[in-house]
Design a binder for this molecule. Structure first.
Ligand SMILES: [Zn+2]
Length: 213
C-alpha cells in the first residue's frame, strides 16, 4: 500500500532516460541496460564503466544534476570491482574547497561515501588533501593536464599505516589527475598501499560539450 502511494507521488523512471518504469521492475530500462558498457581498464588505470552511451548519461545525471537514482545504478559495477581488489579503506580524490564551493557539490566524495557505506569500508578523507585549486582539466591537451595538476596534492604522512586503500576518482580521460593523486599518496604510504580506480573512463578526449569540472 505504502509503496503504491510512493509510486503515485514519485513515479519510478529509468535513471538514464526517464522512461516510466513499473514498480517491481529493474530501474534501468532494457534499452539503456544494453548500452551500459563495462570497461576494466583505460590507459593502464582500473575503471568500472565506459563513459559513453548509458554510462555517460548516468554520470551526467549524477554529477551535474545530483540524481541519486543514477548514483544507485553507478555504484553496482564499482562494488564488484572493489570486492576483487582486497582493499581496507576508500580514499576519494580530493577537490579543492574553492572548487567545491563554486560547484556546490563534490561528486567524487559523494560517490566514495556511497560506495564505502555499501561495501562497509571506512571512508578516509583525511589522508590526501588538495593544496591548491587547479584549472578544469576539460579541454586541456594531455601534457598541459599533467602540468596543471602537478604538485596540487599533499598526503598526510603515515596516515595509511601499512593499510591498502582504494583511491577513487569519477571519470578519467588521460588519467592525469588520478595518477598524480596516486603518486603523492604512494610517496607517503608506499607503492603497494594505493589501488587507483575510476568509476568511468572516456576512451576519447571529451568534446567541448562537456561541462568543465
Ligand atoms: Zn532508459
Amino acid at each position: 500500500m505504502r509503496s503504491s502511494l510512493l509510486e503515485l507521488l514519485a513515479p519510478s523512471v529509468c535513471p538514464a532516460c526517464d522512461v516510466p518504469r513499473r514498480p517491481g521492475t529493474a530501474r534501468l530500462c532494457g534499452r539503456c541496460r544494453v548500452q551500459l558498457a563495462p570497461l576494466r581498464e583505460l590507459r593502464g588505470v582500473r575503471t568500472a564503466l565506459a563513459c559513453d552511451g548509458t554510462g555517460a548519461r548516468l554520470v551526467q545525471r549524477f554529477k551535474f544534476e545530483g540524481r541519486r537514482d543514477a548514483l544507485g545504478i553507478l555504484i553496482e559495477p564499482l562494488v564488484e570491482r572493489v570486492r576483487e581488489l582486497h582493499v581496507d579503506s576508500i580514499v576519494p580524490v580530493p577537490r579543492h574547497r574553492q572548487r567545491v564551493r563554486e560547484l556546490g557539490a563534490d561528486p567524487v566524495y559523494e560517490l566514495a561515501r556511497a560506495l564505502a557505506r555499501r561495501v562497509k569500508l571506512p571512508l578516509r578523507q583525511d589522508v590526501l588533501l588538495r593544496t591548491r585549486p587547479t584549472r578544469p582539466q576539460t579541454g586541456l591537451p594531455p601534457r598541459e593536464r599533467r602540468t596543471n595538476i602537478a604538485g596540487s596534492f599533499a598526503a598526510r604522512p603515515g596516515a595509511l599505516r601499512g593499510r591498502r586503500a582504494l583511491l577513487l576518482d569519477d571519470v578519467i580521460t588521460t588519467g592525469a589527475t588520478l595518477s598524480a593523486a596516486a603518486a603523492e599518496l604512494r610517496r607517503s604510504a608506499g607503492p603497494r598501499a594505493v589501488v587507483p580506480l575510476a568509476l568511468a573512463g572516456t576512451p576519447t578526449l571529451p568534446s567541448a560539450g562537456w561541462p568543465a569540472l
